[in-house]
Design a protein around this ligand. Sequence first.
Ligand SMILES: CCCCCCCC/C=C\CCCCCCCC(=O)N[C@@H](CC(C)C)C(=O)O
Ligand SMILES: [Zn+2]
Ligand SMILES: [Zn+2]
Length: 516
Amino acid sequence: VPAASWRRGHVRNMARRYVCVLALAAVLLLVFATVSRSKGLRGREHQQTSRIPSQFSKEERVAMKEKLKGAIQIPTVSFSQEEYNTSALAEFGEYIRKVFPTVFSTSFIQHETVGNYSHLFTVQGSDASLQPYMLLAHFDVVPAPTEGWEVPPFSGLEREGFIHGRGTLDNKNSVMAILHALELLLIRNYIPRRSFFISLGHDEEVSGMNGAQKISALLQARGVQLAFIVDEGSFILDGFLPNSKKPFAMISVSEKGAINLRLQVNMTPGHSAAPPKETSIGIIAAAVSRLEQTPMPNMFGSGPLETAVQQLASEFPFPVNIVLSNLWLFGPLVSRLMERNYIMNALVRTTMALTMFNAGVKVNVIPPVAQATINLRIHPAQTVQEVLEFVKNVVADDRVQFHVLNAFDPLPISPFDDQALGYQLLRQTIQSVFPEVSIVTPGICISNTDSRHFTNLTTDIYRFNPVNLHPESFKSIHGINEKISVQGYETQMKFIFEFIQNADTDEQPVPHLHEL
Ligand SMILES: CCCCCCCC/C=C\CCCCCCCC(=O)N[C@@H](CC(C)C)C(=O)O
Ligand SMILES: [Zn+2]
Ligand SMILES: [Zn+2]
């Protein structure tokens, strides 16, 4: 064969081989990419690098609200630590598996059931150098007797742009928004850089000892330490400030302590036709009346709340803005004004609520036992012991016995300075998703949350749900006619969709210029 012709044939053969090799390499790379995603093996070359926009189709938005309605319809009611609706809790577990299939089938997400009904998701990020965080929520709810409700409390009915039902604010909205945001991110091929946990409790309303507390112990046993936690416990507060129409975000960086205290009087029963001067009921009633007439000291004076008041000063006209900016001088006046409002009052002092009263066996029998149970929420400047001393001094009656059912001190104050990653990520996401909110303040959660079980895993615990709350909506929490607007729920999901991506940063938070 002439040399030139041989060379042409040889070159053609070589070219064919190169094309085959390249094609084979492309197929192998495609197979590897598919396998690596399904097997959870990820190098940075598989890391999606561009941000996923938080825009959702009409179908996706309809699915969001329909899935929340379905969750509300499952009556996951907690009555006490010993009594809760186990079949509903199990049904809820099946429900989230059904409506969030991608979350439950993605290989870099591990799901575990803890304490029989709580759920722990471990979402493995691609960058192990980034410390993980946790999103916390709970799906059990307090009871909801039907009377007084505009629609049945477990109907999940949508009316005039609102989804009605027990748990729409406390706290199934968060459970469903977190899982839905993750589902939509995964469908859009999102792979997190920073690992995170999702802890969904089944008994938050009755202490969290079988749910969150066990999840915390499990993670501690695994040596997990968290960069921060985000839980329920505050909102975007809208209409809480007199003379101010602007909403502001309060991130609770601490939460009050609590005491559940039972007062009891025992007395020899007898015929009511010959009664003693005072019966056990009368003695207990006089004692709790003295307690109600003697509020705990007003503790307004230092801490996150004062920072919040000073940051809010600019929202007020002259001369109120001057007063709020100079608490060193006007603090006593401001504290007196705050305690006039029942919600503000809960921020400035330890509160006491008489919530249960049990006494009497028959109308013509002197009652052998009378019991009053009071729920105290302890201001961060006080302790359990101080409050118990105060209560005993006010009751001042040796016939009254005191039984502490359970008690815990106020939680430590989480950092909220410019270097506090969790706080700054929340602030950054709030200002991105809620551009109308110009002020983000620290605060104190006046109630309690499951996050108190995680102080062994992090010092940075933030209680905040990205939902607009009005004073009348606050009353519906544990009250009647609890509801969330469809738009509000969509925005909560959007917030989480963005927050998860914002948390992928390995940057230190950008110093935040406080308003002057
Ligand atoms: C200028 C400042 C205005 C401040 C207004 C503050 C408004 C209060 C906002 C939110 C507080 C409610 C948070 C809802 C979460 C309730 C969680 C709950 O119910 N936890 C139980 C747990 C308990 C251990 C059973 C509780 O009873 O606290
Ligand atoms: Zn709650
Ligand atoms: Zn609650």
